[in-house]
Structure formats: C-alpha cells, structure tokens
Design a protein around this ligand. Structure first.
Ligand SMILES: Cc1cc2nc3c(=O)[nH]c(=O)nc-3n(C[C@H](O)[C@H](O)[C@H](O)COP(=O)(O)O)c2cc1C
Length: 209
C-alpha cells in the first residue's frame, strides 16, 4: 500500500494557490492508489516551537540515557519523523516568503532532520540520508517568477534549499512545480482555475508517477 504525506504550509485557506494545487494532486494520486493512505500534516495549524536548549540537549543524548522529561520533549518530533518514515511520497505545498521557505516550514525541518534517525554521520565525516526509497513533489506558490536562466532565478533560495535538505535526509527523487504570478489571482485579473491550468499536465504527471 502506498502512503502519501501531504504537507501544506499556506495560512490562506481556500485562497491559497499552493493548497488548491495540492488538493488536485491528491485527487489524482488517489485515482492511481485507491488502496493508498494519505497522511495530512497541516503546518499552518500545527504548533511548531523553535528548537530551544532543552530540546537540543535531549536530541543529542543517547536514547537510552534520556530522562522521561527529555523523551516527552522529543515526542512531537518523533511523531513527525514517524509520518516521514511511513510515507513513500511526500507532497510539500508551500508559499515563497522573502525568497525562501516560510519560517514555520523551517521549524518543521528543524524537528525532522535528526542525527541517527533521518541522517547519519559516517566515520569519515560524510553524511548519509536515511529516508531512502522515497520521492517528493514540491509545489511552490509565489508572487514573482523565478524562471531558470532569468536574472530573478538567483533570488530563489527556496528551491535550492529544499532540494539540498531533502537530499540530505535521503530524498533525491524530487519534482518541483512552481506557480508564479499568483498576484493575478489575488487582484482578480485571473481566476484560480485559469491560473492553475498551465500546470495541470505537470501536476497530473507528478501525481501519477
Ligand atoms: C510575508 C510574505 C512574504 C512574501 N514573499 C514573497 C517573495 O519573496 N517572493 C514572491 O514571489 N512572493 C512572495 N510572497 C507572495 C506569496 O508567495 C504568494 O502570495 C503566494 O501565492 C502565497 O501562497 P498561497 O497562495 O499558497 O497562499 C510573499 C507573501 C507574504 C505574505
């Protein structure tokens, strides 16, 4: 049975372009995976504390040496990691904020990139990602366009970052879909359906892969 982990980030509810795209993706995915399971992780409504010293101390203590308090502190992170371990396809739908990922998505990343669990350090100092055999589809909504080869491409830290961090934990099969110029929907000069239409083929292909 295939499992899809759907991670939505936008706070804009039904106005969100990334959420509209992720919903369509799931509809299509379900057609090809009728017995499959979808885990929904809504970052916008998930309380994601920034990492503080007690959490860091707990994380870097050996599991066998942790106090009960430390285990409780890590429980939420353990649950998030379990979702990643269970799923074979990750769908991350996120807005671009200030040329990068929203802080809440970064907080999520900080909770799931864990030594000995989602990556390991080798004797020679290199790293090996432990979430192997997975694939990811990343849907990005942005007001600007960051077309490859155009000058604005260099401003985009979102795609390179997610590409690197997913690779770091072992996810190397990553497809990016970007919906730029979302301001046209916000100001009413384009309907959401018309805006999304050019991405449909790519979206359906990623959801059917
Ligand atoms: C705080 C904030 C920062 C933003 N920064 C950028 C940015 O750097 N580049 C960009 O192209 N769009 C930026 N935007 C626009 C959003 O990426 C755009 O509205 C997107 O459609 C939001 O995603 P959603 O439609 O899924 O909610 C920003 C929006 C907000 C609220």
């Amino acid at each position: 049975m295939s499992t899809l982990l759907k991670i939505d980030v936008s706070t804009r509810g039904s106005l969100s372009i990334s959420r509209q795209l992720s919903s369509r993706f799931v509809e299509q995915w379900k057609k090809g995976n009728s017995a499959g399971k979808v885990i929904e992780r809504d970052i916008a409504t998930t309380e994601l504390p920034f990492l503080e010293l007690p959490w860091i101390a707990a994380n870097f203590s050996k599991a066998s040496a942790r106090t009960d308090e430390q285990s409780v502190l890590l429980k939420f992170s353990d649950d998030l990691v379990a979702e990643l371990q269970q799923a074979d396809h990750y769908l991350i739908a996120t807005p671009m904020y200030n040329f990068g990922i929203p802080a809440k998505l970064k907080a999520y990343v900080d909770h799931v990139v864990r030594a000995g669990i989602t990556f390991r350090t080798n004797a020679d100092g290199s790293y090996t990602g432990l979430l192997t055999g997975k694939k990811a589809t990343v849907i990005i909504a942005s007001a600007g366009e960051y077309t490859p080869g155009e000058p604005a491409e260099g401003l985009d830290t979102l795609k390179p970052y997610l590409h690197e961090i997913l690779g770091f934990i072992g996810v190397i099969d990553v497809t990016f879909l970007q919906s730029g110029s979302t301001w046209k929907v916000d100001n009413g000069s384009e309907t959401a359906d018309a805006h999304i239409a050019p991405l449909n083929e790519q979206l359906m292909a990623a959801a059917s892969a």
